[in-house]
Design a protein around this ligand. Structure first.
Ligand SMILES: Cc1cc2nc3c(=O)[nH]c(=O)nc-3n(C[C@H](O)[C@H](O)[C@H](O)COP(=O)(O)O)c2cc1C
Ligand code: SF4
Length: 558
């Protein structure tokens, strides 16, 4: 029976994917759902796409930004881990409430302003640092946020941050022409030779992914740029979309050319308004220059792409949920295999790549595979962007060689800490929480973090000061996961909520925390969750229980 129900469920979502793609595979049903304001327009949309209106409603109900309560707020305070640990948000919320009224302040996570904190969102724009003290001017439109932070490369060969290698539309055209003159197989081989591994977290080899998709027999294929950067503490994709837009878009065009795709999507989180406008501007310009659209540079190659704006759901960063989102389905994670390269968007072969992976492709095709491969430890190659939060003396966005010593990153790149830091969470809310002395012994690559029992992930660094309670941080992570769970599997859906409840009961009601129960819960989540949201949360919680055991002692059962 369970199989039967599952089978029916999978078939229904499969049908919806096919219907959605058949009707309009360029603008996405999702965009239309987002802008459908009334029951009447929902009915019309359902009719147009030949789906039940309940499908439209169930999609709408999935996203924070589409919730009426959320929409009714006037301003939103960032609740990301970096702002939380920096302790800036109580004051931000107080000031926003004073200005807009107590019930008018909502929450957003995370605005990618982790380098200076005090982040909030108002009227379609993000603000941070001392902006909060300029609310009157902001409201009267007389203040725009500076949005500046340090961006620097520490590599002898800068692939990403150095703008000189690839910054103009002429550079874009020149590199495109040079790639078009090469054999497609050679280009894929170059990518494989570079050793580039996906920068979105899992580290899958990019060249291999493109080759898998290229070899699929299908008339229609898609390229998707995953710009949903939901990890609190990371702002490297935001940096790329706003400062290196052409590198990212070049990666998509050349991917389309190599795999045989005509259509791409850049899925950008709604929390990044500047990234969305910069990307849209660049796409428009590329179209006007004939570098996107039909018959690009007279080669007979057609390729265009559109931006899809996320609506405040962390899980949309997971590739199958992201695909479901573009299709206008609830962004629930799908079982893999089949992987997207075989059956992705609208059930067609699809390459999904992270923003940084795509930017690195452009740099590799420009500078060659060899210099990229020569950096790193042979398994993790090239350079990597890292995001350092406001607890570093030099917060900002840096490009460093893979396998750089973490000592170097903390002391030289970051300039040391400006507070007493007990641990650093690396790689987002599912990344390990690493005590500073342990972190200092690692190198910045997939292997070293893996061997230490941690994750490099997207390489955002969130410092946890000694003054910040480890128990509160564990609550924050459980609450985050409970809120962001797609709800498809119960170990994650229930486990994250129960975990948070157990900690709240221990701190607020004096009920002791059972070690057996919490360990059982973590084991169930780890073993039974369908994706790395529920499956990944136990790692940082276990790290906290182990490395900050003293702080848990008072609430633990004897
Ligand atoms: C819960 C969850 C969230 C994720 N969020 C992101 C994200 O924000 N950006 C991203 O590129 N990959 C994210 N991923 C990884 C993607 O599923 C996928 O592996 C990645 O986009 C592939 O691109 P890459 O090979 O270039 O890394 C997430 C995975 C999980 C399980
Ligand atoms: S682990 Fe959580 S987010 Fe992932 S599929 Fe299960 S319920 Fe959804």
């Amino acid at each position: 029976m369970a199989y039967h129900v599952n089978f029916l469920g999978n078939n229904m979502s499969r049908n919806l994917s096919l219907l959605s793609g058949k009707r309009d595979d360029k603008n996405s049903l999702f965009g239309k759902i987002v802008s459908s304001p009334t029951q009447n327009s929902d009915n019309k949309l359902a009719h147009e796409y030949n789906v039940g209106v309940s499908t439209i409603h169930s999609t709408k109900s999935f996203y924070d930004f589409l919730d009426e309560g959320f929409k009714s707020k006037k301003a939103y305070a960032c609740t990301g881990s970096a702002c939380l640990c920096r302790g800036t948000q109580d004051s931000v919320v107080d000031k926003l409430r004073e200005k807009f009224g107590t019930g008018s302040v909502g929450e957003m996570v995370c605005l990618g302003r982790c380098y200076e904190n005090s982040a909030f969102h108002y009227n379609g724009n993000n603000y941070s640092g001392d902006d909060i003290d300029k609310l009157d001017k902001i409201v009267s439109d007389k203040h725009t946020t500076s949005n500046t932070y340090t961006m620097k490369s520490y590599s002898d060969v800068s692939f990403i941050v150095e703008e000189e290698i690839f910054s103009s539309y002429d550079d874009f055209k020149e590199l495109l022409l040079s790639c078009f003159s090469e054999d497609k197989a050679n280009l894929i081989t170059k990518l494989k030779d570079s050793g580039l591994r996906g920068r979105g977290g899992a580290g899958f080899p990019t060249g291999m992914k493109w080759e898998f998709c290229q070899t699929q027999e299908a008339n229609t294929k898609y390229v998707v740029c995953n710009a949903d950067e939901g990890d609190p503490g990371a702002f490297s994709d935001r940096y790329l979309l706003e400062h290196q837009t052409l590198k990212v878009l070049f990666g998509m065009v050349i991917c389309g050319y190599l795999i045989g795709s005509k259509q791409g999507f850049v899925y950008i989180r709604g929390e990044y308004p500047e990234s969305i406008s910069k990307t849209n501007d660049a796409l428009e310009k590329l179209r006007n220059l004939g570098l996107l659209g039909e018959n690009i540079l007279g080669t007979g190659f057609d390729f265009d792409m559109n931006v899809v704006m996320g609506q405040g759901a962390y899980i949309c960063g997971e590739e199958t949920a992201l695909i479901a989102s573009i299709e206008g389905r609830r962004a629930e994670v799908d079982v893999r295999p089949p992987f997207p390269t075989v059956e992705g968007l609208y059930k067609k072969p699809t390459v999904v790549n992270n923003v940084e992976s795509l930017a690195a492709v452009a740099a590799i095709f420009k500078l060659g595979a060899e210099p990229f491969k020569n950096i790193g430890n042979g398994q993790s190659t090239g350079t990597k962007l890292i995001s350092l939060d406001g607890h570093f003396n030099n917060p900002g966005l840096y490009e460093v060689d893979m396998s750089s010593k973490m000592d170097f990153i903390i002391d030289e790149v970051g300039g040391g800490f400006n507070d007493d830091i007990k641990a650093v969470q690396v790689g987002g809310p599912l990344g390990g929480i690493v005590p500073v002395d342990v972190l200092r012994s690692l190198t910045l690559d997939f292997e070293s973090f893996d061997a230490g029992g941690f994750l490099l992930g997207h390489a955002g660094f969130v410092c946890i000061p000694s003054s910040f309670s480890a128990v509160e941080y564990a609550k924050h992570l459980f609450a985050f996961t409970a809120h962001e769970s797609c709800g498809k599997c119960f170990p994650c859906r229930l486990g994250s909520t129960r975990g948070n409840e157990m900690l709240v009961a221990a701190t607020d009601k004096g009920e002791k925390l059972s070690r057996e129960l919490i360990e059982d819960l973590l084991q169930t989540m780890e073993a039974g969750s369908l994706c790395a949201l529920g499956g990944g949360l136990p790692l940082p919680i276990k790290n906290l229980l182990e490395y900050c055991a003293d702080e848990f002692k008072p609430i633990m059962e004897n």
